[in-house]
Design a protein around this ligand. Structure first.
Ligand code: NAD
Length: 486
């Protein structure tokens, strides 16, 4: 049985860690690895190593050398592409095609994009008049925030971790990463990559474990951590914000969503169906930006429901490397219980189950996996739990609407505000509705199109702060003004 180790100061922890937990496969529930659980002392060692690297070899590199190293990280990730795909698929059960075409390439791209961005970041400069007539010059310089704690979720582990690690390192910080207990492998592979290309020891550290009373809490409450960046559930984000309040440390929080798709009668029907199918079911619905509420203009409602049902029923459910597989299992048995609880609740609350609602029959050992059927409901009031709460499974509720004002009110009537997708060929309407939707990202006639230079984050309970492009640089640097009297 393999051991997934901590990675501290450029060294992997012992093969027989003093404390460890099982990592099970979502596909068949087998134990696939033992994962070292970092103690408070391990977290402390990681923070100390990160601090030493910050003031030592990493801090002394020129910007150009740092940028070159981060490009080398991306290149080495690409060289080890198949290892990353295999590890990501084994941990999550996601179709290998999703890891191969979306999540792993984005992991490598994060390093290149943010390294290049840092090279070109402008600064502020002001000439100032003084009473003696000689004047003064003010200019701003960016400095790293310091040691950054990075707390990650399990749904797109490599992509979401590197989305934070890459800009943090590009800005000259060092990091201590806490991957999700469900997905420890790719963070460790990245440690191998860092060593292979010569990133100094202590720049990138990985500590495994759980949240409260474990590694996550040890890291976020550690006074040697200067800033915390987090992706995960809203209530975890709230706990982390509280931890960060001690020492008044900055936080960036990317949290849950209950995202709405809005489909107008004038849409490109095939594109709306294809996009909505993806946004509901890709990665088994475990995408923060995914759609769980669909509002369809009344004239199109029956046709849309029938087409989405047909698409959902065509999805091939299976293991990551099976030919043609379109949907994998959920991440764990525990998460499956939660999702199936909502499937039952929908029925109890009077939903019409258009398709799914249960567990598919899987062959052989796969019968033990965390499978659920892609599920579509109609007929529920907006007050129903499955319409209001984030389920994070392959499911959606579809409701008809009559006009623009009504659908904007429906879409906004939720505590989350992460993303939305609008399907219409009327450009004026698209702009009008996009401006009024309370969400950090609004897609028009698309979904999950991401340019890494753009701001990313959630409104309301979906997040605090923005990352992406210059917004990442804002979070991962301190801007200092230098005033020179002439
Ligand atoms: P989670 O909040 O349960 O866990 C996220 C991480 O936080 C894990 O590493 C966990 O161990 C750690 N953690 C838990 N409690 C902690 C505590 N008290 N202190 C410190 N660390 C703690 O989330 P999850 O189940 O892994 O991920 C799914 C959630 O993430 C969904 O709500 C989803 O919408 C959200 N998400 C948001 C985005 C976004 O960009 N907004 C992206 C992906 C996922």
């Amino acid at each position: 049985m393999k051991t997934i180790r901590n990675f501290i100061a450029g060294q992997f922890g012992p093969a027989e860690p003093p404390s460890a937990f099982d990592k099970r496969s979502p596909v068949d529930n087998r134990v696939i690895a033992r994962v070292a659980e970092a103690s408070r002392a391990d977290v402390d060692a990681a923070v100390v190593a990160a601090r030493a690297a910050l003031h030592g070899p990493w801090g002394q590199l020129t910007l150009a050398d740092r940028v070159d190293l981060l490009h080398a990280v991306a290149d080495e990730m690409t060289r080890r592409f198949d290892d990353f795909v295999a590890a990501e698929a084994e941990d999550t059960g996601m179709p290998a095609s999703v890891a191969r075409h979306a999540f792993v390439p984005r992991g490598a791209a994060n390093f290149k994009v943010f390294a290049d961005m840092v090279k070109n970041v402008p600064t502020e400069f002001f000439e100032m008049a003084t009473p003696d007539g000689k004047g003064a010059l003010n200019y701003a310089i960016r400095r790293p925030v310091g040691v950054v704690g990075v707390v990650c979720p399990w749904n797109a582990p490599l992509l979401l971790m590197t989305w934070k690690v890459a800009p943090a390192l590009a800005c000259g910080n060092t990091v201590v990463v806490k991957p999700s207990e469900e997905t420890p492998q790719t963070a460790v592979l990245l440690g191998e990559v860092m060593n292979a290309v010569g990133v100094p020891a202590g720049v990138y550290n990985v500590v495994h474990g759980f949240g409260p009373g474990s590694t996550g809490e040890f890291l976020t409450t550690h006074e040697g951590v200067d800033a915390i960046t987090f992706t995960g559930e809203t209530r975890t984000g709230a706990a982390i914000m509280q931890a960060a309040a001690v020492g008044a440390r900055p936080v960036s929080l990317e949290m849950g969503g209950k995202n709405a798709a809005i489909v107008f009668e004038d849409c490109d029907f095939a594109a709306a169906i294809e996009g909505t199918l993806r946004s509901c079911f890709v990665n088994t619905g475990q995408v923060c930006l995914g759609t769980e509420r669909v509002y369809v203009q009344r004239g199109l409602f029956e046709r849309f429901v029938a087409a989405l049902k047909a698409g959902a029923e065509k999805l091939k459910i299976g293991a990551p490397f099976e030919e043609g597989v379109g949907m994998g299992p959920l991440i764990s048995q525990e998460h499956r219980q939660k999702v199936l609880g909502y499937y039952q609740r929908a029925v109890d609350e009077g939903a019409t189950v258009v398709t799914g609602g249960g567990v598919p029959v899987m062959p052989g050992a796969l019968a033990e996996g965390a499978w659920v059927q892609p599920t579509i409901w109609t007929g529920l009031p907006e007050t129903a739990a499955v319409v209001r709460e984030e389920i994070f499974g392959p499911c959606c509720h579809i409701r008809p609407f009559d006009n623009e004002a009504e659908v904007i009110a429906l879409a906004n009537d939720n505590g989350y505000g992460l993303s939305s997708a609008i399907w219409t060929t009327d450009l004026a309407r698209a702009h009008r509705v996009a401006a009024r939707i309370e969400a950090g990202i609004v897609w028009v006639n698309s979904w999950f199109l991401r340019d890494l230079r753009t701001p990313f984050g959630g409104m309301k309970q979906s997040g605090i702060g923005r990352e992406g492009g210059v917004h990442s640089l804002e979070f991962y640097t301190e801007l200092k003004n230098v005033c020179v009297k002439l």
